[in-house]
Write a protein that binds this ligand. Sequence first.
Ligand code: ADP
Ligand code: MG
Length: 289
Amino acid sequence: MRRIAIINQKGGVGKTTTAVNLAAALSRAGQRVCVLDLDPQAHATTHLGIEPDGKAPSMYDVLIDSKPLSEVRRQVEDHLWLAGSDINLAAAEVELAGVVGREVILRDLLQADEGAFDYVLMDCAPSLGVLTLNALSAATEVFIPLQPHFLALHGMGKLLETTALVAKRINPLLNVTGIIFCLYETSTKLAQEVERDLEGYLEKSRGASVPWNKAQLFQTRIRRNIKLAECPSFGQSIFAYAPTCHGAEDYRALAEEVLAQTPTVMSARVAISSPEPTGERSEPAGYPK
Ligand code: ADP
Ligand code: MG
């Protein structure tokens, strides 16, 4: 079971669009997929056709009352399940403040699902708070959606530092395995410059004992496509809403790349050096700022 957290502390970069449509593409390729909505804004929940009314069991009940995921998730399509969110989840941060082990609640509950799915995709809120920490502790992989404009790499340092800290202190199995360019403008030079900068940075990190030392920049670029912006309000994935548009084409291609990722990429760091839970990691020269 691949457990993938989709994170970026910036909003509007394509996390939810990617979580939903990649999940739909994988499920249509025959994989059993579960989406966990960890954002109180519940956009993934709405996008998958479920009204976040605050009454049905949600990720709030999972994190606060340790409700089993099997009692919270619902099947939304063939091969596709959703454990939804609602606004109650906004209170989780405060309610969990004094709870010992609050970062690993999801990890422990997700263990009961081992084998039930081929993919678990976690859609995270635009913050690095306790909800995102739960995702990073439960995941073995991180995908980072990026919008390739001139501030794209700005803030990525903090994000990568967080994955390194979680890997060191809580979850030694965590690896950044994918970076996805979303909202891509094919005609701009700027996108190509950002691409080059990022490739250069990733190259420098190869061989360092960091969770992103084998991170793959996916070749598929998710182009800006109006249908992708329209389909959430119909509660449909792009494949139900407009199966032949560029957006559907791109997410189908991305799913193929994800399916083709090798176990070496998926468990990169472990193969290079087993992280010491107490030891210091060597950081690569200069995170992107
Ligand atoms: P995040 O979850 O990171 O905040 P979203 O996935 O919600 O970002 O995307 C932000 C907005 O941009 C949403 O309105 C979404 O519909 C739209 N959007 C995302 N990806 C694309 C795309 N490739 N083309 C057009 N609109 C997009
Ligand atoms: Mg979102």
